[in-house]
Unconditional design. Structure first.
Length: 404
């Protein structure tokens, strides 16, 4: 028998007939000949694939097959589907999701883009090449990274590679899909001061873009938007040389203390405030000398940009939109063309990205749910609202246009 592409079309169609909805999609990703041999799916099934998938770690060794690294949880079927990778990373830590690709931080300092459907992988420059790294010393356990301090105090300090991996690369987003654009740009929120760095395909290191404490970044019309903790928004022309930036929105009149997100929705640019509070009466002791306070999301507020005066004002509804927030590049979807049972309008689907309170494998990843603006309530997704899910899940929007 030759390669997969040589299997007769009749046999391929027979195989597909035995598969469920999601395996049919994966079947089309095997090769071009399989894709051509299979019929287009009914439009109703294609519409359902406009909904994101929640990438989750598999819970036990019994779920892990050959090459399986993680699966995705389908909120409609309440079922986890396994994903097979031919060359799975040594360990998974999601720190981004854009254009059908997921960003993984490996335990060996590498940063890799993974297409969960095809298994394709693209390497980005490693964490050792970020602007805040003075030098990397692998022979000094626990002090591998010699860091450059951003603020006052001693100029240099040391950190372990595990600490750097978990806390110093907060989110990575892409300007476009690596599969269709050789000139894509990756931008990261990184370091103790939450600055911005970027790289282009083929770069061997990350380049400094801007300092300041950034909460979220998104690409829109080939420009980078970044929101700071005070609600101000900067816009960067990432493709220009030298790179240009301008203040797009000034800071909020009233300060916000919790996490902010930027989303381009059907009503324009909106900013989302996630109200996260520490539960001081609930403390988990990892070690006797290292207690960690629990935290909880209480709700969300939405601010719309008034372009005429350049100010934010609060709105009470997002209409037919759904928002998806977390480690992923923040985005919205409209429910207008989806079956009523398939999606919830005026809702925010969120995952746990409160990395400052995470501790690997012990606390973190337990806040994955849906906030309903109409009722002001939070529903946690079944089976994924436990004390800890490691790595924390991430919303993944598959680019299925080429497969269906």
């Amino acid at each position: 028998m030759g390669g997969w592409s040589e299997i007769p079309g009749d046999l391929v169609r027979m195989i597909e007939g035995k598969l469920d909805l999601y395996d049919k999609v994966k079947c089309r990703c095997v090769c071009w000949s399989w894709r051509l041999a299979l019929r287009n799916m009914p439009h109703q099934k294609q519409d359902l694939h406009l909904l994101p998938w929640l990438l989750v770690p598999l819970k036990s060794k019994t779920e892990i097959g050959s090459g399986t690294s993680f699966g995705f949880f389908d909120p409609l079927e309440k079922k986890v589907h396994c994903l097979q990778l031919s060359h799975p990373p040594k360990d998974m830590l999601f720190r981004g999701s854009s254009h059908g690709w997921v960003v993984n931080l490996d335990i060996n300092n590498s940063i890799c883009l993974i297409n969960p459907l095809t298994g394709d992988q693209v390497d980005l420059p490693p964490r050792t090449t970020f602007p805040d790294v003075a030098n990397y010393r692998p022979n000094r356990p626990g002090k591998e990274f010699r860091m450059i301090r951003a603020g006052k105090g001693p100029r240099f300090y040391t950190l372990s590679k595990d600490h750097i991996r978990c806390y110093f690369t907060q989110k990575v987003i892409l300007s476009s899909s690596p599969e269709s654009d050789e000139g894509f740009v990756a931008v990261a929120i990184y370091g103790e001061s939450s600055g911005l760095a970027f790289c282009k395909r083929g770069d061997d290191k990350w380049s400094f873009l801007d300092h300041g404490i950034r909460d979220d970044i998104i690409f829109h019309e080939q420009q980078l938007y970044a929101v700071a903790v005070d609600g101000s928004v900067m816009v960067y022309d990432i493709h220009s040389s030298p790179r240009k930036k301008m203040e797009f929105v000034p800071k909020l009149r009233d300060p916000i203390t919790s996490r902010l997100y930027l989303v381009h929705s059907s009503v324009g640019l909106i900013m989302v405030h996630r109200d996260i509070r520490i539960q001081s009466n609930i403390i988990i002791s990892i070690l006797d000398s290292n207690p960690i306070e629990m935290y909880k999301t209480y709700g969300f507020e939405i601010f719309k940009l008034d372009a005429t005066c350049g100010e934010w004002y609060e709105i009470q509804s997002i209409g037919d939109d759904m928002l998806f927030l977390g480690w992923n590049s923040s985005f919205s979807l409209s429910c207008k063309n989806l079956p009523a049972y398939a999606a919830s309008a005026n809702c925010i689907y969120f995952t746990d990205d409160h990395f400052g309170q995470h501790h690997q494998g012990i606390i973190g990843g337990f806040e994955t749910g849906i906030f309903n603006f109409t009722h002001g309530s939070i529903q946690y997704l079944p089976d994924y609202s436990e004390l800890s899910i490691w790595p924390p899940p991430v919303w993944f929007m598959p680019d299925l246009t080429k497969y269906l």
